[in-house]
Design a protein around this ligand. Structure first.
Ligand code: DGY
Length: 418
């Protein structure tokens, strides 16, 4: 145990740039939003103060409207595309113009409850609480314009699951005409067979240019986007974040924030049930532009176990994961291996990601499904032993894929070892 622990800490420290941490050097040389929130959970094992700073740095770059961007470009680095000039968001420190899964509410509660320095934790939690609450309010105001209780993502990068099969159908409606010529950098750092395709990149870029032309005005982007997907995983993370925020607010005597976030979580949970698919034994994405559920059994539909979903839903998700375990040696594949579109090596079309394993384990354990949860933890630690701290892994062979010496993978290992 201690050798793996020490190795994970070494990876976290190696990617630490003082007040923020890069996901891995080369491929991702800036601060990413949800990466940082997972990273803080790992840093908390050896430096409580540094863990708080990781999230505080991210929130220093919150937009005036409440959005927290998915990338903060703290330094100049030509090794990444698309850089600040493509985003052109006009922020004092350059940032991207879209957001990412809001892990911050959950991470805040974890840091707050685990803190040994209670005085510092109360002061720092109170500051962050207001900012995270503002981000939650931003989501429901800008991404749920009809008050349905569920928010849409407007770009696959917002889900973090960039090239999921979930987006294939909707992507057919995203044009590519007129995009500026570009050179990808990601394929210089990682095997192109493990990364999204050029056809997908063209559409990622079209959406960025479209939003840029709208001046990154969040009051316009939702309705103007041809890509509006209600991702169950993303919503579950937001719902859990609101519930956790409410708990911290309660403990700090911030009753207004507690009430508002409890209400958001309750409304979200009720609405989430509309995305349940009995035949798949999991939730599905909803394409808001067509009003249809997307027939794609991805990990986005298993992540809702991280929110307080009904017990029978959690049991069904546990069975679905067990069924996947009959085909995949390592859990949890990011797409159902029984689907013909499954690709064991290509980013979010099949590979295992330890951060998703972590969220699913947390939910399954809370629902009392400890045998499946334990199997997922065992899979995660086996992958580390066999293949090191990779970005993601082939669920069939355990082969390490994407970037190496990856920060959030290391952070999750510290959590799994605990
Ligand atoms: C990338 O560049 O691969 C990222 O996922 C975008 O955030």
């Amino acid at each position: 145990k201690s050798r793996v622990f020490d190795h994970a800490v070494e990876v976290l420290k190696e990617n630490d740039r003082g007040s923020y941490t890069v996901p891995t050097k080369g491929l991702y040389p800036f601060q990413w939003n949800w990466d940082s929130c997972f990273t803080a959970l790992g840093q908390n094992y050896y430096d409580e103060d540094r863990a708080w700073t990781e999230i505080e740095t991210l929130f220093e770059h919150q937009w005036p409207d409440g959005m927290v961007p998915h990338i903060v470009f703290h330094v100049h680095d030509d090794g990444y595309f698309p850089g600040p000039d493509v985003w052109a968001t006009g922020r004092p420190t350059a940032t991207s113009g879209i957001t990412q899964p809001p892990i911050a509410g959950f991470a805040l509660r974890q840091l707050f409850e685990r803190a040994k320095d209670r005085t510092a934790a109360e002061r720092r939690a109170r500051e962050l609480l207001r900012k995270i609450d503002k981000w939650s309010a931003w989501f429901y105001a800008n991404r749920d314009p009809h008050g349905e209780g569920l928010v849409a993502i407007l770009h696959p990068w917002e889900a973090g699951r960039d090239n999921s099969i979930d987006w294939d159908e909707a992507f057919e409606r995203v044009p590519t005409e007129g995009i500026a010529p570009y050179t990808r950098r990601d394929t210089q750092h990682a095997d192109p067979a493990h990364r999204p395709t050029k056809a997908q990149y063209d559409r990622y870029l079209w959406l960025v240019e479209h939003f840029r032309k709208l001046g990154w005005d969040n009051s316009k982007l939702h309705d103007a986007s041809p890509f509006q997907i209600v991702d169950p995983g993303f919503n579950a993370i937001l719902i859990r974040g609101c519930a956790d925020l409410a708990m911290v607010a309660e403990a700090l005597g911030e009753s207004e924030i507690a009430t508002a976030n409890r209400a958001r979580a309750e409304k979200g949970l009720a609405a989430l049930d509309r995305l349940w698919s009995e035949s798949h034994g999991q939730y599905l994405c909803l394409d808001r532009t067509t009003g249809n559920l997307v027939d794609s059994a991805s990990i986005g539909g298993l992540l809702p176990v991280f929110a307080t979903i009904p017990a029978e839903r959690a049991r069904a998700i546990a069975r679905t994961i067990e069924r996947m375990g009959e085909r995949a040696k390592y859990l949890v594949p990011s797409h159902d291996p029984a689907d013909a579109r499954f690709d064991s090596k290509r980013y979010w079309r099949g590979p295992v990601w330890l951060v998703c394993n972590y969220l699913i384990v947390d939910g399954l354990a809370a629902a009392g499904k400890t045998a499946v949860a334990d199997r997922i933890i065992a899979s995660s630690l086996e992958l580390i032993q066999q293949s090191g701290f990779a970005e993601y892994y082939d669920p069939m062979t355990g082969e390490p894929l994407g970037g190496g010496r990856f920060t959030w993978t290391a952070a999750m290992v510290l959590e799994f070892l605990d």
